[in-house]
Design a protein around this ligand. Sequence first.
Ligand code: ZN
Ligand code: MN
Length: 132
Amino acid sequence: MAKASRMTKQKRLILEILRGTRVHPTADWVYQQARQVIPDISLGTVYRNLRLLCEAGEIMELSFGSTFSRFDGNPLNHYHFVCRQCGRIYDLDLPLREELEEEVRRAGYEVEHHRLEFYGRCPECARGAGNP
Ligand code: ZN
Ligand code: MN
């Protein structure tokens, strides 16, 4: 029983950390933040709870091919901009393009969902103010 409530506390903390940031962090970043509140939390526990939160639809995992995943406290579909220069991932204030799914369905595919990311340089880096 004590173990179960502890798990819940850890999961709640991880969710709070993700909902409280817009940086789309890595699991390791979440781990570093969580340790400041629960010093003996393990990286494995962070990974496990991130996976459980994803499965429960509370958060979203943004996987980028073979590189590590980033996590998003907003589980509702929205679009991102990935800056190639500074590595930051931004939320884009764009309406969802549901019609894209319709077009793909018309071609005979059963669509579950779609993800859309744009790549390039963010405004800060384009101004020369970003990290090198
Ligand atoms: Zn940038
Ligand atoms: Mn996002």
